[in-house]
Design a protein around this ligand. Structure first.
Ligand code: NAD
Length: 237
């Protein structure tokens, strides 16, 4: 299927490895002009060398409050516009619910809720002026089913989901869709660091689903939180 996004401009944050990298690779393979961000410039440049096309490399810490605007401005300056945003950031550390601290919660909310909101807000003028846009927020299956030892993630990501649900309704008449992707366990460095074993998803497959959510075919699919979890989430809603 032709996704119809050849030549569209896409910004993918936290994209030197893992799910962000898989998404950037899938969008680049569809002919998108892609900007990728991560903190380590050398690692990011090495990732860019492996992707189709000539990705724009933007070394930034996406959790810095001023970074989203710089990322969007640099993407628009290079490519002349912005059509697709895939917002991603690293995940918070492990903690059970009764162990959380104020500082830890602030960090998680900043990284896994506010950074995405800031990216959407910075991107919107460009998507609106194009009269078309696709926004995908990478979160976690935790928005459907809290994970007992990832209390920071549970709290911050469900806040983002609640925000996104109403934001999507405010954008649909502008031709802009906004959806969450909710990964279960995938074979990435984060999952290796957390020590998980067993059946894992492929970040490249994840990226192809993300690219479909950024396609021309997804005009009426908005305000959804879609699990990619190999049937790992047991909730019915
Ligand atoms: P990963 O650690 O493999 O890769 C994270 C990427 O983000 C890397 O490129 C890293 O350099 C970049 N990054 C991290 N913090 C950043 C920051 N502050 N600014 C810019 N770039 C930053 O992680 P992953 O497994 O691909 O996970 C991506 C997101 O999905 C995370 O939020 C994670 O918690 C979530 N998630 C992952 C899984 C999974 O199974 N992999 C499951 C559920 C949720």
């Amino acid at each position: 299927m032709d996704l119809g996004i050849d030549g569209k401009v896409a910004l993918v944050t936290a994209a030197s490895r893992g799910l962000g990298r898989g998404t950037a690779a899938a969008l680049a393979a569809e002919g998108c002009r892609v900007a990728i961000c991560a903190r380590d410039p050398e690692r990011l440049a090495a990732t860019a060398d492996e992707l189709p096309g000539e990705p724009l490399v933007l070394p930034e810490d996406v959790t810095e409050p001023s970074a989203p605007r710089r990322l969007v401005d640099a993407t628009v300056e290079r490519f002349g516009g912005l059509d697709i945003l895939v917002a991603n950031a690293g995940g918070p550390p492990r903690a059970r619910a009764l162990e959380v601290t104020d500082d830890g919660m602030m960090d998680a909310v900043n990284a896994n809720m506010l950074a995405s909101i800031r990216l959407v807000q910075a991107s919107l003028p460009h998507l609106r002026s194009a009269g078309w846009g696709r926004i995908v927020l990478i979160t976690s299956q935790a928005v459907k089913q809290p994970i007992p030892d990832l209390a920071y993630s549970n709290a911050a990501r469900t806040g983002l989901w609640a925000w996104a649900k109403t934001a999507a309704g405010d954008l649909i008449d502008d031709g802009i869709t906004l959806n969450l992707l909710c990964p279960g366990l995938h074979a990435t460095d984060r999952v290796a660091e957390l020590g998980h074993r067993g059946r894992l998803g492929d970040p490249e497959d994840f990226g192809r689903v993300a690219a479909f959510l950024c396609s021309v075919h997804v005009g009426f699919l908005s305000g959804a939180a879609i699990q990619i979890d190999g049937a790992g989430t047991l909730g019915l809603l």
